[in-house]
Design a protein around this ligand. Structure first.
Ligand code: HEM
Length: 416
């Protein structure tokens, strides 16, 4: 038993999440870890990886010993770019995903008001129109790449409209956010980092100009206006300009590629399970369960980082102060002690909603209601408008080469 554990630890230390077989299916490696070495050190991430459901929950709850300041990677600006990015990246000021309580609580309370579930639900018909408009563009072609022609534009147009950013900037927002995702890679050489980071100076300027414009708009009732107008009892602005820039940047980044991945991962799994797809065609109320099971089974955000602020024990392992930790929601969602037949995709399972794809506690995903709504509407409209929609052959999709996110770079589908 001890030998097996040592062998697993050694194997997991060398585990490369970008290996093509791991991109196709990282779940056997997570399962090995949960069984033999639930918290293990990995060289690729240079971090301690947490894989069991209960340990992941304990880790994300423990905001005092596990800081989120570098949750999405290091914000180091290369020397060559310091003059272009004197204030850091647009998202760098500690606000939401990269902040810890109590400072996090102050920002989150304000943003929560603008992103609460009833306000998002009120935008349902507007989002449905965006979905229909995208389908209009390719319906007559009888085939399309569901990633580039549907799942990519949908969430970015939605988050831009919610914030008041004109549609013409949506494609550029996607480019900035792809570059940011590339920057999460822990092993970037300087040249690659510089290439990815260079464009972020334009993103900073864009957010700043957008916020300035919002400031001048009278009678506007936007989220940004709300953040700018918030005053403390002494009439001081509650958020600094840089904090508002950071919140806007995090919403634009967080609000697009994650939901894109949810939509295509869901369509892929449903195509692999035709009987479940057929059941949703017959009873569209099952779409909600399909969204939840997709979040559990093949979630878009596999994991993110924490940094240990003290030496402490997690499971059977001692995490040293200053060490990096990766919390793997994707593994927690397949924990067989929490979910029966955890590896099976089954929209009828009774325990789906226990998934933690949106995390829990302080950093529970701000956009969860929005992502759920978009995915449900996407599924509903795709099935009603293109009832015969199916994968175009066995080689119709490819996984993106990302260590901490999970989604498709293309998904060729057809219908008649
Ligand atoms: C399927 C879609 C999505 C998934 C799977 C997802 C997943 C997550 C996860 C796991 C976290 C926790 C991060 C951490 O603890 O370090 C998070 C936080 C966050 N998400 Fe999402 N997300 C999705 C969609 C969205 C959308 C649509 C938005 C924007 C409207 C958004 C904005 C955010 C923000 C701002 C945070 C940080 C919240 C905080 O720290 O207070 N996400 N998300």
């Amino acid at each position: 038993m001890r030998t097996a554990t040592r062998a697993a630890r050694e194997m997991l230390a060398k585990w490369n999440p970008l290996d093509p077989a791991q991109l196709d299916d990282p779940y056997p490696s997570y399962a090995l870890a949960r069984r033999q070495a639930p918290v293990f050190y990995n060289e690729y991430f240079d971090a301690w990886c947490v894989t069991r459901y209960e340990d992941v929950l304990a880790a994300v709850k423990d905001t005092s010993r596990l800081s989120s300041r570098e949750a999405t990677g290091s914000d180091r600006v290369p020397d060559e770019l310091v003059s272009l990015l004197p204030n850091g990246y647009p998202w760098s000021e500690p606000t939401l995903v990269n902040n810890d309580p109590p400072a996090h609580t102050r920002v989150r309370r304000l943003v929560n008001e603008a992103f609460c579930r009833p306000l998002i639900a009120a935008r349902e018909s507007e989002i449905a129109r965006i979905v229909e408009g995208l389908i209009d563009e390719f319906e007559s072609a009888e085939h399309c790449d569901l990633v580039s022609q549907f799942a990519k534009p949908l969430p970015v147009i939605v988050i831009c409209r919610l914030l008041g950013v004109p549609d013409e900037h949506a494609a550029q927002v996607v480019t900035w956010s792809e570059a940011k995702l590339g920057m999460i890679n822990p092993n970037l050489d300087d040249d690659t980092l510089i290439a990815l980071a260079r464009g972020q100076a334009n993103f900073y300027d864009f957010c700043e100009a957008f916020i300035e414009e919002q400031r001048t708009l009278r009678h506007s009732d936007t989220l940004v206006r709300h953040l700018l107008d918030a005053r403390s009892t002494g009439d001081e602005p509650v958020l600094t300009q840089r904090e508002v820039i950071s919140v806007v940047a995090q919403l634009l980044l967080g609000g697009n590629s994650t939901t894109r991945r949810l939509i295509t991962n869901m369509m892929l799994r449903l195509n692999e399970h035709p009987a479940q797809l057929e059941a949703i065609r017959v009873d569209s109320s099952l779409a909600r369960a399909a969204v939840e099971e997709s979040l559990r089974h093949t979630t878009s955000v596999k994991g993110l980082y924490r940094t240990a602020t003290a030496t402490f024990r997690l499971g059977r392992v001692t995490i040293p102060e200053g060490a990096r930790v990766v919390v793997f929601w994707a593994s927690a969602n397949r924990d067989e002690t929490k979910f029966e037949r955890a590896d099976e995709f089954d929209i009828f399972r009774p325990d789906t909603e226990r998934h933690i794809a949106f995390s829990r506690f302080a950093h529970f995903c701000l956009g969860a209601s929005l992502a759920r709504l978009e995915a449900r509407l996407a599924l509903d409209k795709l099935l009603s408008r293109l009832p015969d929609l199916r994968l175009a052959g066995t080689d119709a999709y490819a996984w993106e080469p990302l260590a901490l996110h999970q989604g498709l770079s293309r998904m060729d589908v057809q219908w008649r």
